[in-house]
Design a protein around this ligand. Structure first.
Ligand code: BGC
Length: 358
């Protein structure tokens, strides 16, 4: 079969190549990939910043945001049948840690997890893949056109759900939320907060007429452009939020966000910031405010099966409440042979997909 792969560690090594046709073992499903979503992680792997080939392979098939159709099952693949639309999760457990042994590879404590398309396992930019049902999530007809957004949706669902869970320490309930960044992750985060009926402000660099701002508003968010007043000023103009989800990809914004929290508020950091940038921060002031306000700051990566189910439900709710709005996040659908256009930064917009099959 054809696949899009990189040589991990080698800059701009992305290419299309032949790879062995996967054959489903007993209990596995054979999935035809319909499309994959492109994300910053894919770009960073192609820049040689990280990414790891499976043992014994010198290449890594890229791609972790996926959507496909079950074509065949080897033996009895529990709960999955040919014709089902599915999304496969990304992370696979290590063999040694307690959290992985208990279904929470997203909280792996050994660091020896693998991730499809990222770390030690081939991904989904290929005509087919095989997988056990344990890691496949069925997508209903009503959200199949936006099924490719499920994986990034799970990331923000985990952030939002865990923030709310941690805040059960308080007698009061969170009411107001803020999202930094109106990229795909930021807008999905806004959706996750709005389906929970939080009063949500999205803050980003695009001006208020931009599609991203329009999408945020269509979901009932307020929108603030940092073009109209910088982040440092915003804190003085609006009431401080109870929950903040940071989705800009900038570590500096993470530190600014810490200073904007309400008393008892919580900040979830979702950006996997590449590189080794250093920053001057007001360490004493930030530390003092976090202490005196009982704030919580936590990082969150990947997602558990529970978050996949939550994300499916959140996407269905979003589709009912704001029909077609999540679909507007997909601004470019490229034939997959045109992958180089995206990696060479010739494509702008919110979320791009590679259309692999129909
Ligand atoms: C993916 C996650 C993954 C993380 C770290 C993100 O882009 O969406 O599933 O765990 O990268 O590799």
């Amino acid at each position: 079969m054809k696949a899009i792969a990189v040589i991990p560690g080698q800059q701009n090594s992305i290419h299309m190549q032949e790879a062995p046709d996967p054959k489903p073992a007993a209990g596995e499903a054979l999935v035809r990939v319909l499309r994959v979503g492109l994300c910053g992680t894919d770009a960073e792997i192609n820049s040689g910043l990280y990414g790891e080939a499976p043992a014994g392979s010198d290449y890594l098939i890229l791609g972790h945001e996926n959507f496909g159709l079950v074509e065949a099952v080897g033996g009895a693949a529990k709960g999955i049948k040919p014709g089902d639309y599915v999304v496969a999760s990304v992370r696979r457990p290590c063999t040694e840690c307690f959290n992985c042994q208990h279904g929470r590879a997203d909280l792996c404590s050994s660091g020896n997890y693998t991730e499809r398309g990222i770390k030690g396992r081939h991904g989904y930019m290929a005509e087919h893949y095989t997988e056990t049902p344990e890691f496949l999530f069925k997508i209903d007809e009503e959200i199949k056109d936006i099924g490719v957004l499920l994986e990034p949706m799970t990331i923000v669902e985990k952030g939002a759900a865990e923030a709310i869970e941690i805040q059960k320490r308080l007698p009061s309930k969170p009411r107001t939320a803020m999202v930094f960044g109106a990229g795909p992750v930021g807008l999905l985060a806004a959706a996750a907060l709005r389906v929970r009926d939080l009063d949500t402000l999205v803050v980003s660099k695009e001006d208020a007429t931009d599609t991203r701002a329009q999408i945020a508003k269509a979901m009932g968010c307020r929108y603030h452009s940092v073009q109209s007043s910088p982040l440092q000023e915003l804190g003085k103009q609006i009431p401080a939020p109870d929950i903040v989800l940071e989705c800009t990809g900038s570590s500096a914004v993470g530190f600014l966000a810490m200073q904007m929290l309400a008393a008892d508020g919580i900040l979830c950091l979702l950006s996997v910031t590449g590189g080794d940038k250093t920053e001057l921060v007001h360490a004493a002031e930030i530390n003092r405010d976090l202490v005196l306000r009982n704030n919580v700051v936590f990082g969150s990566v990947n997602a558990s099966p529970t978050h996949y189910q939550l994300a499916i439900e959140a996407m269905k709710t979003a589709e009912k409440r704001w029909p077609g709005v999540l679909g507007q996040l997909i601004t470019t659908r490229l034939p997959w042979t045109d992958f180089a256009k995206w990696f060479n930064r010739q494509v702008s917009g919110i979320k791009s997909t590679l259309e692999i099959s129909s």
